[in-house]
Design a protein around this ligand. Structure first.
Ligand SMILES: Nc1ncnc2c1ncn2[C@@H]1O[C@H](COP(=O)(O)OP(=O)(O)O)[C@@H](O)[C@H]1O
Ligand SMILES: [Mg+2]
Length: 249
C-alpha cells in the first residue's frame, strides 16, 4: 500500500541482549518503516515489542545491528540524540504528563525551549491541538483533574506539538478503563487518517485490523510474520501467530 513511499526508519539485524546475552530481548530484527505507514506491532508479553520501540529513539542502546532515520545512522557518535528524539513523538502506557504543570504548560514547555517558539505562538499551537481532540476547555486543568483517557489524549497532542515525523505508541490504551479506550483510539485513527507515520504496539486487534497498514507479529525477540492486516488476521501462516490470535481474538 505504501510500498513506494520513502523509507523513514530502516532497521537491520537489530539486537538487544541483557544479562551478558542470557536474555535476548531483540535477536535480529530487520524492517523498514515508510512514510505514512501505520505499523502495528503485536505479540505475546516479553516478545520484545517495547524494546524494539524504545530502540528506535535510543531509549535502549542496541547491542548490535543498525538503525537509520532519514538516512542517518542514529547509533553514530555524531548523532544528536535529543534532536533525533524531537522527530519521534512517543506515547507510553502511563501518561507522563508533568503533574505540577497545567495542560497548557505541559504542551508549551518543549516547543518553547527546544523549537524557540514564543509563549504566544506555543499557546496558540497548543490550543489548536487541544481543539482537535476536544479538550480545549481543559487547558487550565492539572493532570490530576483529568480522566485517564483525557490524559492520554493530552499526551498525544503534547507529542504532536513538536511536529514529529513519526509517532511511536507503546500500549497507549492498556492502562485505561475500558470505557476510555475508544476515545484514545479515535485520536490515533484521526492521526493516521491525516497521514502521520506511526508505529503502535497494541493489543487492540480491532485497531490493528482497521487502521494498520501493516502488522508485525513478534515472538522471542524476532519478527515471525509481517503482512497486511487482511493477511495476518485472515490468512496467518506461522503456528505461533495462529495460536496467539486464537488467544486474543
Ligand atoms: N532492563 C532489562 N533487563 C533485563 N531484561 C529485560 C530488560 N528489559 C526487558 N527485558 C527482557 O527482554 C524481553 C523483552 O521485553 P519487552 O521488550 O519489554 O517485551 P514486550 O514489550 O513484548 O512485553 C523480556 O524477556 C524482558 O524480560
Ligand atoms: Mg511492552
Amino acid at each position: 500500500m505504501n510500498a513506494d513511499n520513502e523509507v523513514i526508519i530502516s532497521v537491520k539485524d537489530l539486537k538487544k541482549y541483557y544479562d551478558d546475552g542470557e536474555v535476548k530481548a531483540l535477536d535480529g530484527v530487520t524492517t523498514d518503516i515508510r512514510k505514512g505507514e501505520v505499523v502495528v506491532v503485536i505479540g505475546p508479553s516479553g516478545s520484545g515489542k517495547s524494546t524494539f520501540l524504545r530502540s528506535l529513539n535510543l531509549l535502549e542502546r542496541p547491542t548490535g545491528g543498525t538503525i537509520t532515520f532519514d538516512g542517518e545512522d542514529i547509533m553514530s557518535p555524531a548523532t544528536d540524540i535529543n534532536k533525533l528524539r524531537q522527530k519521534m513523538g512517543m506515547v507510553f502506557q502511563h501518561f507522563n504528563l508533568f503533574p505540577h504543570l497545567t495542560v497548557l504548560r505541559n504542551m508549551t514547555i518543549a516547543p518553547m525551549k527546544l523549537h524557540g517558539l514564543s509563549k504566544d505562538e506555543a499557546e496558540k499551537k497548543a490550543m489548536a491541538l487541544l481543539e482537535r481532540v476536544g479538550l480545549d476547555d481543559r487547558a487550565k486543568a492539572y493532570p490530576s483533574q483529568l480522566s485517564g483517557g483525557q490524559k492520554q489524549r493530552i499526551a498525544i497532542v503534547r507529542a504532536l506539538a513538536m511536529d514529529p515525523e513519526v509517532m511511536l505508541f507503546d500500549e497507549p490504551t492498556s492502562a485505561l478503563d475500558p470505557e476510555m479506550v475508544g476515545e484514545v483510539l479515535d485520536v490515533m485513527k484521526k492521526l493516521a487518517d491525516a497521514g502521520m507515520t506511526m508505529v503502535c504496539v497494541t493489543h487492540e486487534m480491532g485497531f490493528a485490523r482497521e487502521v494498520g497498514t501493516r502488522v508485525i507479529f513478534m515472538d522471542c525477540g524476532t519478527i515471525i510474520e509481517e503482512n497486511t492486516p487482511e493477511e495476518i488476521f485472515g490468512n496467518p501462516q506461522n503456528e505461533r501467530l495462529k495460536s496467539f490470535l486464537k488467544k486474543v481474538l
